[in-house]
Design a protein around this ligand. Sequence first.
Ligand code: ITT
Length: 199
Amino acid sequence: MKQKLVFATNNAHKVEEIVAALGGGDFSISTLSECGINEDIPETEPTLEGNAALKARFVFERLKSMSVEAMVFADDTGLEIEALGGAPGVMSARYSGSGTQGNIDKVLAELERKECRIAQFRTVIHLIEPNGEEHSFEGKVEGEILFERNGDEGFGYDPIFCPQGFEQSFAQMPLEVKNSISHRGRAVRAMAQWLQTKL
Ligand code: ITT
């Protein structure tokens, strides 16, 4: 029987990536709307670790109040740019206050006079077992911020991020290629490896 996991996210792109990385195997992923949860989950912690835990706990408690016992996980991701002291980091979703295109414009403007364009994406996955035990998994990928947008696959900052060893942005790669090297792909494989020990 497949192991059922509830993914505590409102981001459809993340669901698509995680289902592609885990799907077809021993796991089935349920989304929040499939569980009847349609609220916006607060992200008030100062770290990726804190916000991933907050999101997973919020959904775990909601499900518990609906008498649903489930394995729940959440993903918090940040783009950490060296020349900006690790910004936008935990603020990645709200960096400009005006959505994804505004966030990208702000990063490009801030890097205009900087020589170093080194950056990394970092994902923290927080998992809660039905018995309430909590676990955390991390995935990172290093790369560079490009001078302009390239490609229209993926989401978020993908058009301006080129992973180390590649000549294309994440937004120019098929989802399977991004997943094979990405922050999220790595974090989710670490989680899957741990989950396999519980099957
Ligand atoms: P949930 O909290 O509902 O999961 P979110 O979109 O708010 O969804 P995060 O706070 O983790 O997710 O993400 C911060 C932002 O970082 C997100 O809005 C994207 O713009 C960007 N981001 C996350 N993962 C990314 C990826 O794989 N590629 C490019 N940008 C990404």
